[in-house]
Design a protein around this ligand. Structure first.
Ligand code: FE2
Ligand code: FE2
Length: 396
């Protein structure tokens, strides 16, 4: 069998024609390659050596050279030394992918050698949950556009005092959302990309929080006033989340307990928000937060199944955070009062009493929700109740 490359050199794509011809070469035969490129013989020899093919120069002569290729026994040397970076599908993931797979696609044939970047979160059970691919699909399907999803033009008809209450709550929400954004963002770059769906889910989660920061800020500024107060106690509580270095402990403190508690807070604002914009931004964030909580919960359930002794670590983390925040004031008083005003809906003693009761009811619902989630993780009921009560008064 023979092919003629004419003027085409191997350095300009001629190797594709050679490889193409070799694939259809009957067993036991050799391939003669000829052409007018002055480097043809040299380049074909080098190319064959790298791939384990035999190569003899038949005619070095100018203006036309000819080389004979005898195909080697197997695939090329690079492919022989390569390993498959697992399966493409997320089913049956390896426990700890090698560092060399980190910059390759999962399922790719990875040439031996090359960079071995270190990803601190490179063990399946450190980050995984079987629900992750499904949560990622839900997350991408549920993305909304802040510009069009919120009825921004609806007039604000309530009093300045009620508006101040809304602005104070929004100010508080924004600082919480900022921490909910930066914490997963920092973990994201440390997850081995082999656990692709985790990286993708965290990326969408970060984008969710970016939208929450945006819509709460925009709601706060809707009537043109200044933002409200950010307290030391609130930020001290957030700092403990910001400083937590362990992914699973962070999943507990930030996602299961913090964002879990926020589900009740956002539902409260959906019910008692005094205007359509407030209710809308709370409802949109609520849908996203439910997914963030579900990931934290699913991850911890997965990890605890493999490592039941982690429960002790989680218990100490809750206690440690409680101790660290013991001397702080917890929830911003202005936020508490603002919630009472919103839930009261009027300025009579009866209405304020009702609003106050509703906020106490909210805190009770929050504690019960935390207790339920802790019980699902495997804490006995009484202990779950006690641990739920140790959660920061700042809600997040
Ligand atoms: Fe959020
Ligand atoms: Fe969140």
């Amino acid at each position: 069998m023979r092919i003629d490359l004419d003027d085409l050199g191997l350095d300009r794509g001629g190797h594709l024609l050679v490889a193409h011809a070799l694939r259809t070469l009957p067993p036991g035969e050799s391939l003669e390659v000829s052409g007018r490129d002055p480097n043809l013989a040299l380049h074909v020899q080098t190319w064959c050596r790298a791939r384990g093919h035999g190569c003899t120069v038949v005619d070095e002569g100018a203006p036309r050279g000819t080389v004979a290729i005898v195909p080697g026994p197997g695939t090329d040397a690079r492919v022989r030394a390569a390993t498959r970076a697992g399966a493409i599908s997320p089913v049956g993931l390896v426990e700890r992918p090698p560092a060399e797979w980190g910059l390759a696609a999962r399922g790719a044939l990875v040439e031996a050698g090359g960079p071995a970047p270190r990803f601190a979160l490179d063990q399946r059970d450190q980050v995984w949950a079987d629900l992750v691919p499904q949560l990622y699909a839900q997350a991408t399907a549920a993305q909304w556009d802040p510009a069009t999803a919120v009825p921004w033009d609806t007039p604000i008809e309530h009093s300045d005092e009620v508006e101040d209450a809304v602005v104070q709550v929004m100010t508080y929400l924004v600082e919480n959302e900022q921490v909910a954004l930066v914490v997963p963002a920092r973990f994201l770059g440390n997850v081995h990309p082999y656990f692709r769906e985790v990286v993708q889910l965290l990326a969408v989660q970060v984008a969710d929080e970016a939208r929450h920061v945006e819509v709460f800020t925009r709601r706060a500024r809707l009537t043109g006033g200044e933002l409200g107060l950010s307290t030391v106690g609130g930020r001290a509580s957030l700092a403990t989340l910001f400083d937590e270095p362990d992914f699973s402990v962070s999943a507990l403190l930030l996602s299961v307990l913090g964002e879990g508690t926020f589900l009740d807070l956002l539902s409260f604002l959906v019910t008692y928000g005094p205007d359509a914009v407030t209710r809308s931004v709370a409802r949109l964030a609520l849908g996203d937060e439910a997914r963030h909580v579900a990931f934290g919960q699913a991850h911890l359930e997965h990890r605890l199944a493999a490592e039941p002794e982690l429960l002790g670590t989680l218990r100490s983390a809750i206690q440690r955070r409680h101790d660290a925040l013991r001397d702080t004031s917890g929830l911003n008083e202005l936020v508490f009062d603002a919630l009472v005003v919103l839930a009261a809906g009027a300025w009579s003693p009866e209405a304020i009493a009702r609003g106050h009761e509703r906020v106490i009811g909210l805190q009770r619902d929050m504690a019960e929700g935390r207790m339920r989630r802790l019980t699902r993780l495997g804490f006995p009921t009484e202990e779950a109740k006690a641990l739920a009560a140790l959660h920061t008064r700042n809600f997040m």
